[in-house]
Design a binder for this molecule. Structure first.
Ligand code: FAQ
Length: 342
């Protein structure tokens, strides 16, 4: 045990990656499962606010871009659930925890998208904040998470640009379009700053996660980086960020900004944001609607295994699974039949 522990400590110290079969302290495993699961849930729930605008996109081009972006978020969720599974947890179990409110997802996705400008602002600010937070996670100590993050960051970078390009187009349009952009920026600015988590002196996990090199920067460091990165982009866009205290501080070499309403973050995280119930409700309904697909897929896999091994046991299990899938509805029956003849 002491040898294994020493090996783990050396891996962290030498900045090497911890891999799934390596020994790791239970606290490290639990922290990774917590962070990766919350991150995966955020990507999946995060499809909803923008997804609501796919059918209302103002042109075919905008619809194609938005569809691609929302599909990317689904892909990110899947890579991340796969990374979590390397730690010995089951994706079905994680999904259950999400829809029963036992696991968190990012506060940012509990706000409504009121106009098409919100799609642009989410791309610019929310994906911008996500990039700031996630680029350092490409060097996170857990191998599967760090590697998943590389592709995710490349795609987030496309998302951020498409959002900014949409806003540039709207700002060059009519006064009504500019006003939609300003309104969206006013609503999303403060919640975007909250994405980075509580301030360092109220962040119970940061010190341990930094020591294990899971996190490479504190919440406040990343929040500051985001503000410094975003201010010149706002100027180029021609919008004013809704913070009268926002100004360059030459002494610090950073922008100062106003006090964040931490009570709002607490409220939203604890389930009382404007859209929490709706977001989890939609996810729960999608999960329940998909039950027949899972059952049919399991029946098909069992039949394929039975055919491969010629095992009567497996064949029996296949028949039972196929029967329950067929009982789940018309679609399930069709899928089970397809499985039987495939
Ligand atoms: N919302 O001690 P800390 C995206 C919780 S993906 C909700 O500071 P930690 C892509 C925290 O979990 C966005 N909960 O925690 C996209 C902890 O609770 P616990 C998601 C929050 O882990 C774009 C407690 O508060 N990104 O946007 C929040 O050291 C557009 C104490 O906090 C990630 O998940 C919050 N904002 O630091 C998709 C990135 N902040 O578990 C669609 C990976 C804190 O102890 C459209 N995660 N909490 O009960 C991280 O970097 C970290 O987990 C932090 C939190 C920085 C989020």
């Amino acid at each position: 045990m002491a040898v294994l522990e020493e090996h783990f400590e050396r891996t962290i110290e030498k900045d090497r990656r911890v891999e799934p079969r390596d020994w790791m302290p239970e606290g490290y495993r639990a922290t990774m499962v917590r962070q990766i699961a919350q991150h995966a849930h955020s990507e999946i729930i995060g499809m909803q606010p923008e997804g609501e605008w796919i059918t209302r996109a103002p042109s075919l081009r905008r619809k194609a871009i938005l569809l691609a972006k929302v599909q990317d978020e689904a892909g990110h969720g899947l890579y991340l659930y796969s990374a979590a599974e390397t730690l010995g947890v089951d994706r079905a179990e994680l999904t259950l925890k999400l829809i029963e409110g036992r696991q968190k997802y990012s506060s940012i996705f509990n706000y409504p998208t009121l106009s098409y400008a919100d799609v642009g602002v989410i791309g610019w600010l929310v994906d911008g904040a996500a990039i700031c937070n996630q680029v350092p996670l490409c060097r996170s100590s857990y191998g599967p998470y760090a590697r998943a993050m590389i592709r995710i960051c490349k795609e987030e970078s496309f998302h951020q640009r498409q959002g900014y390009e949409l806003l540039l187009t709207m700002m060059a349009g009519t006064e009504a379009q500019r006003s939609l952009v300003r309104d969206a920026v006013d609503r999303w600015w403060w919640p975007s700053l909250m994405m980075f988590g509580p301030p360092d002196d109220a962040s119970p996990n940061t010190a341990r996660s930094m020591a294990w090199k899971i996190k490479r920067h504190t919440n406040d460091e990343l929040r500051q980086r985001f503000v410094d990165m975003t201010v010149p982009q706002a100027e180029a866009l021609g919008v004013t960020l809704p913070d009268p205290c926002l100004r360059w501080n030459a002494e610090r070499g950073h922008h100062d900004f106003g006090e964040i309403d931490w009570s709002e973050l607490k409220r939203v995280i604890s389930g009382d944001g404007p859209c929490n119930a709706q977001r989890v409700g939609v996810r729960r309904a999608a999960h329940e609607d998909g039950a027949w697909v899972r059952e049919a897929a399991a029946a098909h896999a069992a039949k394929a295994a039975a055919r491969a091994t010629g095992s009567p046991d497996a064949a029996g299990r296949a028949a039972t699974a196929g029967g329950s899938a067929a009982g789940a509805g018309d679609g399930a029956g069709a899928a089970a039949r397809a499985g039987a003849t495939a």
